[in-house]
Ligand binder design. Sequence first.
Ligand SMILES: [Fe+2]
Ligand SMILES: [Fe+2]
Length: 187
Amino acid sequence: MDARKIIEKYNATDVVITDDFVEWIRSDHAGETGAVWIYKGASLAFWSQKIRSMAFEHGETEKQHLVVMDYLLPISKRSKLIFLWKIMGFGLGFISSLFGFKAFCHTINIVETFVERHYGEQIRHLEKNVKCGSLLIVLRKCCEEEVAHKEEAAERLPNSRVPRLLFFWGLVVESFSNIAVLIAKKI
Ligand SMILES: [Fe+2]
Ligand SMILES: [Fe+2]
């Protein structure tokens, strides 16, 4: 699908980002860049067909999200640390897939839960302030798709308790995501 069609599909054509929202969209743009690279990293998992097919499927959606964010945010306003978000995303996707499908799904579940919360904050803010209705529609659609990613990963996990090591890994991923958002809002 070409960029114009994607932008239309997400109803982003007429969205204008006001100054007070630039920081937030910058963090979204950085996050979607990271997401594309998570799935690029995971798509190298030649040892697991299951990881590769989830990485491919989710990665296609993340690429579309990134097209939308590219459209919304001029280059001059994007994070200066894009290379870092790419490396971190790639590392996260690749390293978690080294530990197998379960570890990968757990990681995706944590990451997408984080992203859902991140978009959720922005959506609630826009709803409360009854403004930027067109941006609200775009963010809602992206968020819905992140939730679908989260649920798909969660469904593949066994119901048993998360092993302690994976639990701590999840905390590390979450902390890094929090820090990354704080930085991407500023730089
Ligand atoms: Fe995304
Ligand atoms: Fe996602």
